[in-house]
Ligand binder design. Structure first.
Ligand code: SAM
Ligand code: DTB
Ligand code: SF4
Length: 325
């Protein structure tokens, strides 16, 4: 059953289960909604890098921090389509285009729509992450063929103000709602390892699991260390089992959502990634680069999945979740 009325007390109790019980519960739900041997793949491209007016304390692309990232203009459509063709050839199912903006300017909308329709015409699923959107912008991107929009809440409602001051959690939730109402699938998750408490991590998932509808996909990022950003001062490494517990809790609270093991995989052992897949993670980013940081090499991921007897999901496998409801 899909529930949107989870309480913090319930989530805390699940999170605190003995590890074998937690994993059993997560794995049982995973199997009820998905093929547990299947992993979705998405490829990322930064279509506009750096110089961002927002002050997110974890991010290499904020103009407020000295991180050494060089700001670029919005890429040309043809360059983006060439990268999408390479991603398709490398086996990606979805192509996610990210821009370091607070929100897109209306003058950029034509080009963004051309990118979406061009990527869709290649037979790839389309995803964008461009900052806040108005309902009109959602409608235009949807018409161009946008399948998913990524917009993370990043952390708990309580901790959010420690992480960014130029926007609020409510701003984020408003865009997520506009995306959902506009009929574009929502990809919304957060980051672990920014100095938040266990309670913050649980509250982040409860916030997602009590939205009017669960996000279609939930990225769980480990903070990728960036020199020169404020989060560096209070970041703490995440205990590997704490990560697995959060993945399992995401699977249990939002059983039909795709859970993506996102940033931070370069620092994870194969064994930890395998445990995350057992706990219910069923999507990864593929390709050597995320936006400004590294991702495991394609051969490493192919080797990992082969050794686990797992495979890349056929496109549309997530539809199993809908069928199971
Ligand atoms: N500017 C848009 C926005 O913030 O919505 C889109 C791009 S932004 C880089 C997308 C997401 O990447 C952020 O919401 C955050 O969750 C994640 N992210 C950014 N920097 C990260 C880092 N160093 N480690 C892990 N995740 C990160
Ligand atoms: C998400 O949750 N993780 C991706 C995607 N959505 C856009 C981004 C990760 C960025 C990691 C830091 C970087 O490469 O700059
Ligand atoms: Fe800008 Fe997005 Fe980075 Fe925040 S997370 S500084 S909005 S690119």
């Amino acid at each position: 059953m899909i529930r949107t009325d989870w309480t913090m007390a319930e989530a805390r109790a699940i999170h605190a289960l003995p590890f074998p019980d937690l994993l059993h519960r997560a794995q049982s739900l995973h199997r009820a909604h998905f093929d547990p041997t299947s992993i979705e793949t998405a490829s990322l491209l930064s279509i506009k890098t750096g110089g961002c007016p927002e002050d997110c304390g974890y991010c290499s692309q904020s103009a407020h921090h000295q991180t050494g990232v060089t700001a670029t203009k919005l890429m040309d459509t043809e360059e983006v389509l060439a990268a999408a063709r390479r991603a398709r050839a490398a086996g990606a199912q979805r192509f996610c285009m990210g821009a370091a903006w607070r929100s897109p300017k209306d003058r950029d909308m034509d080009r963004l729509c051309d990118m979406v329709s061009g990527v869709a015409a290649l037979g790839l699923q389309t995803c964008m992450t461009l900052g806040m959107l108005t309902p009109d912008q959602v409608a235009r991107l949807k018409e161009a063929g946008l399948d998913f929009y990524n917009h993370n809440i990043d952390t708990s409602p309580d901790y959010y103000a420690r992480i960014a001051s130029t926007r609020t959690m409510q701003d984020r939730l408003d865009t997520v709602e506009a995306v959902r109402k506009g009929g574009v699938k929502v990809c919304c998750g957060g980051i672990l390892g920014m100095g938040e408490t266990e309670e913050d991590r649980i509250a982040m998932l409860v916030t997602l699991a009590t939205l009017p509808a669960h996000p279609d996909s939930v990225p769980v990022n480990l903070w990728n260390r960036i020199e020169g950003v404020p989060v560096e001062d209070h970041a703490r490494p995440v205990d590997p089992f704490a990560l697995v517990r959060i993945v399992a809790l995401a699977r249990i609270l939002m059983p039909a959502s795709v859970v993506r093991l996102s940033a931070g995989r370069t620092g994870m052992s194969d064994e930890l990634q395998a445990l995350c897949f057992l706990a219910g993670a069923n999507s990864i980013f593929v390709g050597d680069q995320l936006l400004t940081t590294d991702n495991p090499a394609a051969w490493k991921d192919a080797d990992l999945l082969a050794r686990l007897g797992m495979r890349v999901a056929p496109v549309g496998a997530a539809a199993m979740a809908d069928a199971a409801e």
